[in-house]
Design a protein around this ligand. Structure first.
Ligand code: PLP
Length: 341
């Protein structure tokens, strides 16, 4: 297959229209068979539930080329399962999980010419999503839905190495107890836009959100989970019902415990403990791990001992191991790598 003439190394994280996308419609209580289409436009009622009441959710994963030239993606079954959980909480119909994975595979296959070559650092980002599409004015769930999958090539997250970032503790809340923080709903992002723009204006890369009820415990950032390393080398991630269960974070914890033989803890993390940690990183599909060098709490600086020049040693080991598994340099745990072609 002939690759598109794209300068892979100059790609950023932006949308580029690719050849095909997958669309399935839900009507009269059932999903249709679904198709791959050239049409990148969505036409819906001006009163569609998604437009009025934000009934929409999404997933995000990547396809990439491994060292031996295969196109693969990483644990798409977990994205399928998470989207099911999200749909149930938003009163949306579940798109069957096996069909979700097949739709991802079919969409990537149809856009194989856009999957960046091995070594470019770039990947094909995959965006499955669903929204309530029929006209709803009284507040209730839609009757009709559209499930779509599009892809877009994106550049390496870190150009010229992963530099530690500075983040701030924000006074805004991301998720209420018993709210929607644990699901991948568009609404969680709509309400985070002001907080992130404000953080950027103040010179911070991200917001650290604390638990909304007591403001004493670490939750996550707008789009990534925290991972900390203690001074004696234990990997700690915050536990809370209002944190989005990151697939990257769960995979890193598995790698730490079962492959690297490290001690891991998934527990509540009090903000007061943060000053005692040796390393801090943010976990998500886009970057795998972004190292955090400094956390600013209302003018008070917490400088991680790992510093502002490079990833901490434990974070780096976790990063190298997970990306080694993803890229096919190391053996993957059963079922982690889905070969597309
Ligand atoms: C998507 C997301 C993450 C990262 O999840 P991955 O499955 O690792 O990509 C973390 N936090 C939030 C709020 C998210 O929406």
């Amino acid at each position: 297959m002939e690759k598109k003439d794209i300068d892979w190394s100059s790609l950023g994280f932006g949308y580029m229209k690719t050849d095909k996308r997958y669309v399935s419609n839900y009507k009269d209580g059932a999903w249709d068979n679904g198709v791959l289409t050239d049409d990148d436009q969505v036409t819906i009622s001006e009163c569609a539930c998604v437009l009025q009441y934000a009934q929409t959710c999404f997933e995000g994963l990547k396809a990439y080329t491994t060292e031996d030239g295969k196109i693969v993606c990483f644990r798409p079954d977990l994205n399928a399962a998470r989207m099911s959980d999200t749909c149930k909480r938003l009163e949306m119909p579940v798109f069957p999980e096996d069909r979700f994975v097949q739709a991802v595979v079919d969409t990537v296959k149809a856009n194989a010419a856009y999957v960046p070559p091995f070594g470019s650092g770039a990947t094909l980002y995959i965006r499955p999503y669903m929204f309530g599409s029929d006209a709803i004015i009284g507040v209730k769930p839609a009757n009709e839905y559209q499930f779509r999958v599009f892809t877009t090539p994106v550049g390496p997250y870190f150009k010229g190495g992963a530099k530690p970032i500075t983040i701030r503790v924000t006074d805004f809340d991301r998720a209420a107890p018993h709210g929607t923080g644990h699901i991948k709903a568009g609404l969680n992002y709509a309400m985070s836009l002001h907080a992130i723009v404000d953080a950027h204006n103040q010179g911070y890369a991200e917001n650290m959100y604390l638990d909304a009820a007591t403001r004493t415990k670490v939750e996550e950032t707008g789009g990534a989970n925290f991972l900390f390393v203690t001074k004696d080398g234990t990997v700690v991630t915050p536990k809370s019902d209002s944190i989005l269960p990151s697939i990257t974070r769960r995979s890193l914890m598995y790698v730490a415990e079962h492959i690297l033989g490290m001690k891991v803890e998934h527990r509540e993390v009090y903000f007061d403990e943060v000053k005692d940690f040796a390393e801090c990183g943010l976990c998500g599909t886009a970057a795998v791990i972004s190292p955090v060098g400094k956390i600013v709490d209302h003018g008070k600086e917490i400088c991680l001992p790992s510093g502002m020049d490079e990833m901490g040693p434990v974070t780096k080991k976790l990063y190298d191991t997970l990306t080694g598994i993803q890229m096919g340099r190391m053996e993957a745990p059963e079922g982690w790598i889905k070969v597309i072609e």
